[in-house]
Every structure is written in C-alpha cells, then in structure tokens.
Design a protein around this ligand. Sequence first.
Ligand code: NAP
Length: 249
Amino acid sequence: MKLKDKVAIVTGAGRGIGAAIAQAYAREGAAVVVNYSASAEAAAGVVQTIESVGGRAVAHQADVGNLASHEGLVQCALTHFGRVDILVNNAAIDRRVPILDAAPEQWDAVFNVNLRGAYFLAQRAASEMAKTGGGAVLNIASVHDEQAHRNNSIYTIAKGGMKLMTRCMALEWAPLGIRVNSLSPGAILTDINRAVLADDAYKQRVIEMIPLRRIGSVDDLTAAAVLLVSAEGSYITGSTFYIDGGLLL
Ligand code: NAP
C-alpha cells in the first residue's frame, strides 16, 4: 500500500474526479476526509464504499470558497485521524459565458472556489503538514491552465493561476518537506461536462482533438494522483502532469 497511515483531505470528493481520487487513496491505505459542499448523499456513499472494503473515511461539509469553513475541514482530519499529510484541491465550478457578457459575480464565484479557496486551504493544511515533517498538496488544474477555452475564460484564467500557484507553493514549501504538484486533466466525463458532451456533434469534435481518440474516465487519473502524493513521487515537486490523451498536442 502506497499511502499506508497517511491522512488525506480531498475537496469536492462526493462525486466526479474527487470521489475517484478519494477512493483510490483509501485503497492505498490512507484515511480520507471526503469534503463536499452540496452533495451530502453522494459523499456519504463514497464513505460507505471506502468503509465497505475496510478503509477509513469521514464526510465533511465545507464550502471551499468560504475561508471560514477551512478550519472545520482541517479539524475534522485532526479529530478523526490525528494529522494531515495530503491535501487534494479538487473542488471547482465554472461559468460558461463569453467575455463580453461576463459579470463580476461570475468572476468572484469561480475565483473564490477554484483559486482563492484552494490557496488558503493549502496554506492552512500546510501549516499542519509542517508540524509533522512534511506532506503533499495536489492541485487539480486542467489542460486549460495552458490552453484558452472559448466562452469559459474565468475558469480558464483561474486554472492558469493554479498552475503558478503550484510552482510558488512548491518553491516556498520545499524546505518544509511539502511537495506541491498539479494534475491537469483533459476531457474526462463527469457532471461538469456531461451536458455539453451529450451533444453528439460537440463530443465528436472533442474526440477529434484527442490523439488517443476517446474521452477520458475518472479512473484514467487515479494512478498519477497516487504517484504525486506518495513516496514514489518524492523527487517530484512544482510539476504539472497533463493526463489528456494527448489533447494538448
Ligand atoms: P464535477 O463532477 O462538476 O465535480 C465538482 C466537485 O467540486 C463536486 O464534488 C462539488 O461538490 C465540488 N465543489 C464545487 N464547489 C464546491 C465548493 N464551494 N466547496 C467544496 N466543493 C465544491 O467536476 P469534476 O469533473 O469531477 O472536476 C473535478 C476537478 O477536475 C475540478 O477542479 C475541475 O476543474 C477539474 N477538471 C475536470 C475536467 C473534466 O473534464 N471533467 C477537466 C479538467 C479539469 P458538491 O457537489 O458537494 O458541491
């Protein structure tokens, strides 16, 4: 087991990519705090799935965009499992809107969760990791941390910021033994894109841009998500791993 006795907080872990990473970490022996903001039932389901195979997990409601909720999330890990070794900043939202129509409220909503929330939660989690000699932060960014996305600029700009956030944190926290990396998925079928990918013509256009000629699944991401926070990844920090079927090519 690659994460035996480690304690992980995974944000937005009730569904989608976060749920898959939470379950993968639990399979590797980590105790997992399954954070959710609205999907209470789904988060309880993830915990149940983990516990049903002998793993350890607890669900915790917290809106990552609300900085006041971060303390409770970290305390949940400390109370139940005694420490924090791993944080996965996975929670995100988007607002698909052309730049000419974008409103400040849309900017604030996306940035509060995707970047400001991730930044300050990492800061709080890292202060705990530093006390125990180190840890790992994994930021779930996107191919859109590099590539412009039409009518999705706010999300795209926040993801670009996350890529540099990874590098800044990796630089400052290396002396604390804390590694920080980004995992940047391409097109992975989840709720975030289920509606747009239901349009067959659009889906076909996306597939044509992917050299491996398929939309990814959440399971395509879990091996790298484990590697980047495990001892096997101990010389990897400040990196962005693109898992995109070659989309960026
Ligand atoms: P998703 O299915 O829409 O899930 C989003 C997750 O974020 C949900 O678990 C949601 O939890 C959580 N969340 C949203 N707002 C939150 C908040 N304020 N506080 C806490 N949790 C919050 O999306 P996904 O595809 O799994 O995306 C996961 C990550 O991968 C995101 O960072 C996304 O940008 C990135 N990504 C996805 C793709 C893709 O193709 N799917 C591609 C590139 C990057 P609740 O339901 O409880 O609100």
